[in-house]
Design a protein. Structure first.
Lengths: 129, 250
């Protein structure tokens, strides 16, 4: 039976360290390897950095057998969904999608509504990316 | 200055090795020079010990300074290699401290625990053949997982100053100020789609680390081995590089 942890965080750079601690705590419970925890922190951090600086977003973690699924949203910044779909691996052409594709096992836009998008990040336990 | 076996360094021998390396491309001569001058690096690194960074890390980054000095040494210089290398080694060590400089004041015990983590990660990764979990690291260090996570987070309390320093050293201009006018017209979606314009303004070491992580897909531990830094340091440089690149384009 998966466990769930949900928190709401202000979209404010000053709270990045709080988010990192939350992610690391969840990763520890999920028994993610140190590098995988670091990857998940980086993915969450980069997404939040693109989501503007007003309002708050929900971070919802699902800790299942062998995986951690993170839902982040709503993220209102215009163009984010499009950017996430542009996976271009041209050398020297580093993109947000490429970064996420490297550091998590899967990602995608889970929901899209007038409030913004919810992004899913999934990390498998014991499957270093 | 003495070399590892205790005999005085011979400037004439250094010069001959430098000549063989620069004129004949003799990489063994370069390796020999490194070996001869490692005691100098260790001596300089020790001056900066006890400031929250493992001595081993300081020696590694100092050795990078030595390599740069050997590579940049011009044979018509009238100074000895040791004299020429000293500011390079010290500069590299100082740069390391700037990379990891504590931006906020954190308890010494946490700083020390953070400093011990690097070698613990390396040792456990080697022993387990994989990246250790937080619980495994905590157990090895004799602390709780919560203490581990707290110490880990204080390691993020660094400045981003290093990324304002160009590859040529401290005298270089701030790359953040070298962004061309055309960049300011980028649409935000384009910014996300490509961080490429900002990539070229990063120091070469950071660019290479990003290339290895995202183009080669290497894990941080392997990158750390290649560039001679700890895995935690590589992690911080990746995060900082991406943050700075994004800020440049914002």
């Amino acid at each position: 039976m998966p466990e769930h942890v949900t928190v709401a965080v202000p979209l404010d750079e000053a709270f990045v360290s709080v988010v990192r601690i939350i992610v690391s705590g969840v990763a520890e419970r999920a028994e993610l390897a140190f590098e995988d925890m670091d990857d998940l922190q980086l993915a969450v951090e980069r997404l939040l950095a693109e989501a503007g600086s007003e309002g708050r977003a929900s971070l919802s973690f699902e800790l299942g057998t062998g995986y951690v699924r993170t839902l982040i949203g709503p993220l209102r910044e215009h163009g984010l969904a499009e950017a996430l779909q542009r996976l271009d691996r041209t050398p020297g052409h580093l993109t947000l999608a490429w970064v996420l594709d490297t550091v998590v096992d899967s990602y995608g836009v889970e929901e899209a509504s007038g409030d913004g998008i919810v992004v899913r990040l999934e990390k498998l336990v014991g499957e270093s990316t | 200055m003495k070399q590892a076996n205790g005999s005085p360094l011979n400037a004439a021998e250094d010069r001959e090795l430098l000549r063989r390396f620069h004129k004949e491309g003799d990489v063994r001569a370069r390796e020999h020079l490194v070996t001869r001058h490692l005691p100098l690096v260790r001596s300089l690194a020790r001056r900066y010990a006890g400031r929250g960074e493992p001595l081993e890390d300081l020696e590694q980054v100092g050795a990078i300074g030595l390599l740069k000095a050997i590579d940049r040494f011009e044979l018509d210089r009238k100074v000895s290699l040791a004299t020429y290398a000293t500011p390079n080694v010290v500069g590299e060590i100082k740069r390391h401290f700037r990379d990891k400089g504590w931006a906020i004041r954190v308890p010494r015990a946490l700083q020390e625990l953070n400093a011990r983590m690097s070698s613990t990660i390396e040792r456990l990764t080697s022993r387990l053949g994989r990246s250790p979990s937080i619980a495994e690291m905590a157990s090895d260090l004799g602390v709780t997982s919560e203490e581990m996570l707290e110490a880990l987070e204080v390691g993020s309390a660094y400045t981003t100053l290093s990324l304002s320093v160009g590859r040529g050293g401290e005298e270089d201009g701030d790359p953040l100020e070298t962004i061309g006018e055309e960049d300011t017209n980028f649409e935000r979606t384009e910014h996300r789609a490509s961080l490429e314009p900002a990539l070229h303004h990063l120091p070469s070491r950071e660019r290479e680390i990003l290339r290895m992580r995202f183009e080669e897909g290497l894990p941080q531990t392997q990158i750390a081995e290649r560039v001679g830094l700890s895995q935690m340091h590589v992690s911080r440089l990746i995060r900082k590089s991406l943050a700075v690149m994004r800020d440049e384009l914002a």
